[in-house]
Design a protein around this ligand. Sequence first.
Ligand SMILES: NC(=O)c1ccc[n+]([C@@H]2O[C@H](COP(=O)([O-])OP(=O)(O)OC[C@H]3O[C@@H](n4cnc5c(N)ncnc54)[C@H](O)[C@@H]3O)[C@@H](O)[C@H]2O)c1
Ligand SMILES: O=C(O)[C@H](O)COP(=O)(O)O
Length: 623
Amino acid sequence: MSVISSWNLTISLNTTISLSWRSSLPSRASFPRPKKPKTLVVLATALGAKPTVLVAEKLGDAGIQLLKTFANVDCSYNLSPEELCTKISLCDALIVRSGTKVTREVFESAMGRLKVVGRAGVGIDNVDISAATEHGCLVVNAPTANTIAAAEHGIALLTAVSRNVAQADASVKAGKWERNKYVGVSLVGKTLAVMGFGKVGSEVARRAKGLGMQVIAHDPYAPADRARAISVELVSFEEALTTADFISLHMPLTPATSKMFNDEAFSRVKKGVRIINVARGGVIDEEALLRALDSGVVAQAALDVFTEEPPPQENKLVRHENVTVTPHLGASTTEAQSLYHLLDYLIWLLPFSLPLPSIGFIALYYDQEGVALEIAEAVVGALKGELAATAVNAPMVPAEVLLELSPYVALTEKLGRLAVQLVAGGSGVKFVKVTYASARGPDDLDTRLLRAMVTKGLIEPISSVFVNLVNADFIAKQRGLRLTEERIVLDGSPEKPLEFIQVRIANVESKFASAISNSGEITVEGRVKDGKPHLTKVGSFGVDVSLEGSIVLCRQSDQPGIIGKVGNILSEENVNVNFMSVGRIAPGKQAVMTIGLDEEPSRDALKKIGEITAVEEFVFLKL
Ligand SMILES: NC(=O)c1ccc[n+]([C@@H]2O[C@H](COP(=O)([O-])OP(=O)(O)OC[C@H]3O[C@@H](n4cnc5c(N)ncnc54)[C@H](O)[C@@H]3O)[C@@H](O)[C@H]2O)c1
Ligand SMILES: O=C(O)[C@H](O)COP(=O)(O)O
């Protein structure tokens, strides 16, 4: 019994990072479950009051209970689109299944409050992902908990069509006894083409092999070794169509798979093929399927999913005598939807004092967290500002990379904040260059998170927009901000990921002229020292101040007594100086004094600093 270990990282709004460890047993599904800690995303969010989670479709009780430990939970099912839009502005998170369309209007109606959409299941085709991203709303799903349920339903439909179970049942219930009419076809030795060899598809394949079928699969993105491991041959779309006796669909609905099964595809299938769809209705052109059924090209179809759900009463496919239908039941088993947790079973087993190996076996078999728990964990984690393993619309940063980069995450955001506050007028920022100096090779540094944090730092002080890893690139583009990145490869030890980071803003004037470097750009540079972000350069002046609280930058003609005068003004106001450094061009010439402050000084105190005779210019910057 192997144990999956996981690291969870937390980044809160002030970008402090915490690390916790958890372990869990592998799930019953043999398709590798995403190792939560390996792929993570930052959702920096700060929620003062208890957040509100709207659960818009039935969710297992285990999930509801978990949500209630952290949030106010509003379970309102069967909301009309208008009702959903009305409610959403009062919610921080929304949990749906496939029955709720989370449209652009929903995100617009949320007016910035909605931070997470949790899809309690796999398919995210009912969520407008672009709109979510534009609104900085993280979308998470529960990709593994219903895999087995869906695969079993696929097999149930496969066996049902081969033996006319639904039709024969209806006939007997209608008082008939038609033994000759419902002669079926055998599965053994027949070829099954699994279209989409992902989690569900591979579980269907495994089960079909157990029924004695020849299994082939078509999936342009599936790794060959996964197929080889269960002796399934990966084939082209053409070969799948032309050789299969049964076709089972398991791909997602995307623009590429939409109506993949159309007249053209049906013109190439083996006459009498049987089709099972437990994926999404939209992957089949339903009109084309009807024609293929009527002409006998397709002998039978079993459909769990439809383009429109529920399908209209008059839908000819639903009423077709060679079509077996179920109302999107693929994920609907008690085990998939609710909690069958390892611990419950271990506790249940205790009185039996079973030997350890059998406990292990049973525990492994029943380690089904259920969709409800999987999505509740993801949503609560995201609301806490933790990192979501199942994020759909944000780049994933491996946990170990994130841990190493954490102080640089804080540094980049603060450099962005400082740089933009140095711009005269604060706006008009269009060209930003971020330079990363490192002894590591260019492929050895993932800067996506750092870039997002510079954007956050640049935009948040001058707008009301909430920027996070989800929407940083979109917001930058929308505001016409061109952020370019540059790498400087230094000699030395690659132990540290970065030596220094520089943020430059071109084509702007500065309210602190000394911040303009020789290249004519506002320039701030920082390093991480003892795990803390430090400002180490402003313009062409070397400085050194820890980036916390706020900062006063002050240029003076280099002479004795200035530090004392500034210190006096601040101490009269009870403002604590946490750090001070002076960087000068040459003794007796100009110097830039950097003062780190714990409290914000009054306007009056700042005015007094400006009035010190030797002070040529100064600026107060909030971090
Ligand atoms: N009926 C239900 O209740 C139910 C339950 C669970 C999943 N589903 C649906 O089943 C589908 C598969 O779910 P999963 O968990 O296995 O997802 P998955 O992401 O693990 O697998 C999908 C596979 O489809 C493949 N694919 C993508 N484009 C393809 C194409 N053009 N041709 C062939 N293959 C392609 C991908 O490479 C991937 O391997 C999804 O549409 C999901 O929404 C339905
Ligand atoms: O994509 C999925 O997970 C399935 O279609 C399940 O959908 P459901 O949560 O509405 O049952």
